[in-house]
Design a protein around this ligand. Structure first.
Ligand code: 57M
Length: 361
């Protein structure tokens, strides 16, 4: 919004010209979201405790989690508020991609909020049915992809861009709709599954959004995209501001979610973060890059798929001590912080690999 209000005045007040730069606005969107989260965080946690948004005790699961009973969940509301507000403040609010991303972010947050509300306030551990959750995710995904197709100026909406290969783009046509839906629903659920230890989901999310902000900025810049042989998606550079806001909001949440966590993000946080990450990747044609930098989320999800498949194939044997894989390491005796920090390190290395794809082509 500041961009829309202040840049027209830059002819008279020269310094305001700085608001034209996406890099400047991304940096300040990050700081703004971080400050908002740190300010509202204690209030949100107090409110959640009062409203008894505390995690129901889990009868099954690693013994270490018994000490977590009573920890409030739904802390993801601070990420949604800070990320949304900061984006509205610093992004070009006439950019359709900004609104499509916020639409997806808020819709997935609403689905997660409903699930958390039923689990904690209504005290129904199952939350909303898997079917209802899936239906909500798919409906949001279909709408978002439709909006992306309408907003598409350069006929890139159905293209799958391949990293590592120069100018290798595959036009999936109508099939792209199914692929993009898979990315949206899959990423949202992958972050959700990963959110099982203090800081385990939020730090890789911050790293993913931070890495995506570089790709997004380059994809929206005609000259840079041409030089790097990546697809130019006109107008998508503004999403770097959103990515910056999510980095700031995520760091602010990590302030409270670091071990021992004062609050969990809840589905309101995990589903919205995953959905937002995915829609940014779909708009900017970096779905494969997301799978690389978000490799922790992929690994967690694949561990569940392998565990269930192996259990069925061997009629009762387990591949891991418990899935998702973070529980496997817990049962191997690794401390929670050791698991989390090691997963952060892996996430950071995957970000470097993802960034290297800009030159490896
Ligand atoms: C999301 N929820 C955490 C918190 C967080 C199919 C199967 C893979 C599903 C999976 C499942 O239930 N996933 C749900 C994971 C839960 O966290 C809450 O959920 C929100 C995220 N959606 O924000 O509100 C618990 O995780 C711990 N936690 C922290 N710190 C955090 O910052 O310590 C969360 C955030 C919290 C807290 O204890 O209560 C969760 O783990 O349930 N199922 C599983 O993950 C179960 N795995 C399993 O059944 N494996 C089977 C088969 C199905 C693969 C097997 O291995 O054979 C595990 N879930 C639990 N304990 N709770 C089993 C062990």
């Amino acid at each position: 919004m500041l961009y829309n209000l202040l840049t027209p005045l830059s002819d008279t007040v020269g310094i305001l010209n700085v608001f034209r730069y996406i890099t400047f606005r991304t940096a300040y969107a990050t700081i703004t979201a971080l400050v908002i989260t740190l300010i509202i965080g204690p209030f949100v946690i107090r409110k959640l405790k009062q409203l008894e948004f505390s995690m129901l005790s889990k009868e099954y699961g690693p013994k270490a989690h018994k000490s977590k009973e009573g920890t409030p969940t739904m802390g993801g509301v601070m990420i949604v508020i800070a990320g949304g507000l900061s984006t509205f403040l610093w992004a070009d609010i006439t950019n359709p991609y900004v609104w499509i991303t916020l639409f997806t972010f808020f819709c997935y947050a609403a689905i997660g909020f409903r699930d958390d509300y039923i689990k904690t306030i209504k005290k129904k551990p199952g939350g909303i049915s898997a079917r209802a959750k899936f239906l909500g995710q798919v409906t949001t995904g279909v709408l978002a992809i439709t909006f992306i197709t309408i907003a598409d100026k350069g006929n890139t909406a159905t293209i799958l861009a391949m990293p590592f290969f120069k100018n290798l783009v595959i036009d999936l046509g109508a099939f792209y709709f199914i692929f993009a839906l898979f990315v949206l629903v899959g990423t949202s659920n992958a972050v959700n599954i990963t959110d099982g230890l203090d800081g385990l989901a939020i730090a890789p999310s911050v790293i993913s959004f931070g890495t995506l902000s570089f790709f997004v900025y380059l994809t929206g810049h005609k000259e840079f995209a041409g030089y790097l042989n990546i697809l130019f998606v006109s107008g998508s550079g503004e999403l770097a501001v959103f990515c910056g806001a999510m980095v700031g909001a995520g760091l602010g949440f990590l302030w409270f979610n670091a071990f021992p966590a004062s609050v969990f993000m809840g589905d309101v946080g995990s589903l919205s973060i995953g959905g937002a990450m995915a829609v940014v990747a779909v708009i900017t044609k970096h779905e494969i890059v997301l799978a690389i930098v978000g490799g922790i989320f992929v690994m967690e999800t694949v561990s569940v798929i392998l565990q269930v498949g192996f259990y069925k194939a061997t009629k009762g044997k387990r591949l891991f001590r418990m899935a998702p894989i973070h529980h496997h390491f817990e049962l191997k005796g690794w401390s929670e912080t050791k698991i989390t920090v090691r997963f952060w390190i892996i996430s950071f290395v995957l970000a470097l690999v993802a960034l290297s794809t800009l030159k490896l082509r």
